[in-house]
Structures are given as C-alpha cells and as structure tokens.
Design a protein around this ligand. Sequence first.
Ligand code: FE2
Ligand code: FE2
Length: 354
Amino acid sequence: MYKAHILAVDDEPLICQVISEYLERIGYFCQPVIDATNALLELKRHPYDLIIIDIIMPGRDGIWLLNQVKTHFPEIAIIMLTAIHETQIAIDCLKMGAYDYLIKPIDFDKLALSIERALKKRHLELKVKEYQAHLEEMVTERTAQLKEAHEQLKQSQIEIIHRLAMAAEFKDIGTGAHIKRMSEYSAAIAKRFGMPPHRVELILYASPMHDIGKIGIPDYILLKEGKLTPEEWEIMKQHTTIGASILSGSKFELLRLAEVIALTHHERYDGKGYPRGLKGEDIPIEGRIVALADAFDALTSKRPYKPALPIEKTIDIIKEERGRQFDPHIVDVFLDMIEEILSIKEKYKDEYFT
Ligand SMILES: [Fe+2]
Ligand SMILES: [Fe+2]
C-alpha cells in the first residue's frame, strides 16, 4: 500500500519529532524540517504529497513558505499548524490555498482527520487534472484528424472539378492545360486586383468550369474546322447558358460563383458580348477577370484550327480591346503583372499535360 509522504515544518525540534513519530505510527512517511528554507530544499529533492507548516519561525515564516509551495509545488496539499489564534490569518491562509488551519496545542485526532481529507481532496484534484489533460489530448488529436479529412475532401472536390472541366474541354481543345492556365491567370489577376484570399481561391477553383456548357454543344459545331454559320454560332453561344444551368441552384459558394463565371465569361465591357449583352460593371467582376484570362490563353495557345499568337501581338490585341472587349482597369492590372502571367504560362506548358 502506498504511504503518503508528508513534510512537517516546525522550528521546535520537539514538536517536529512528536508529529513525525505520530504520523509514522498511523501509516505515513514523515520527514521533519525545522525551517522554511530547508523545507523548500527538501521539496526540491523529494516528491511530497502534503506539507504541515508552522507560521512563526525564525527566518522565513510559514506564510512565506505557504506562498512558495503554492507557486512552485501547486500539487502538494498544505495544512497550517500554528499557535496563532487569529481568524483573519486563518482566513488568509485558506485563501492562499491552505487546505486547513489547525491551532496548537496539537489535537492529534483532528490532525489525522485533516490530513486524510486533504490527501483525498488532492487525489481527486490530480485525477481531474489528469482527465482534463487526457481530454485535451483527445480533442487535439480528433481536431487534427478532422482537419486532415476536411483537407482530403476539399482536394478530392477540386480534382473532380478539374476532371469535369477537362471533360468539357477535351473534345475541342484536347488537354487540361487551358483550364489550368486560365484559372491560374484568373486567380493571379484577382489577387492583384486586391480581392480577399478566400475570393481569390474561389475564383481559382470556379473558373475551370467556365466552358462546362460545351458538353451540350453538338460535335458538328464544336469541332467544325471552318467558319460557323450564323445559326451555328447562335448555338455555340449557348454554352454559356447551358453551363450556367448545369451549375445553377447550388448551395455552395464555389458552384454559385462557377455559375456566374460560366454565364458571363463572354460578356464584353462595351455591351456587345453574349448571352445577355451586359455592359461595364453590370458584368460581375469575376466574369470580367475570367474573360481576359480566357482570351489571353486562347490567343497565345495553339489550337487544332489555329497557331499560337506571339505574346507581343496578343498584348497589342488586349490593348486595342481595352474598354471594348475588356474592362480597362483589369487590362491595366494585367499588363502591369505580365511577368507573373508569363511565368504561369511557362509553368503550365501544353507538354506538361500530355
Ligand atoms: Fe467560353
Ligand atoms: Fe476557355
């Protein structure tokens, strides 16, 4: 059976000895010490469960020791045992964290009862602490697991979006490079434009779906090598509204933004775009950004029906279209960050995807 370790501090060696012998007799291990400084040294040397402290002692007194024990050994139970019969001091000691305040001459039965209760209380407190620590550990662990699961889910959703968008692009463009580049361009422009990070991230993941409506365009139009007839062109334009209806009605912010982008990425700043002929800032900002990113990539990429335009030529076209096809502010931001755009282009070359 475990013997609780008790440190008895009293400047009277005789009292120390009497307490010590009594406590040993009733089953405790007791170490007597005759002053506060030595008591602290002893506490540093060995683990104790309880300390009995006299108040009036030469050198440091018992109140000082009580404070030291509370600060440096908060898990040790404290009982004050003193000749000072003053209610206020007793209250102060209890407030400072002593478990009990006993008055001399020593009533040994009372002392034994007090020790027993203090140890019981201490044991319970330690158990609660242990349990709390265990709970905290469990919460930390579960939170990490949840975070990991959430991240996995997010990554899988992003991958599904890309693969779906690729399915729509695959027939006419052939690789996923276009959607990768145009979404990176779109996010980079949005960031430069000062949009908050969360919005930038949404644009990055929503813009790949801009042409998802091409799924609904017949192959003879989508893959036609020559010029489209006016009727065919009208059908081709419907990839915006088809895309928007595929994406419509979602409760998720990402898909709601994807719907907006699918619907508005062919609107023009001057109002001559499609499907609704929206003008200027009536076109949602994300639609205006994607319009430029999409066009830039289309112009600078090789397609089955056309070669890639050189960068200088593309920049000339974009400048000409400033305020016509494209939002002038977005064009300015874009030209300002052309180095960054070109490094994205370099990073996601067509070969990277084939
Ligand atoms: Fe499109
Ligand atoms: Fe596109």
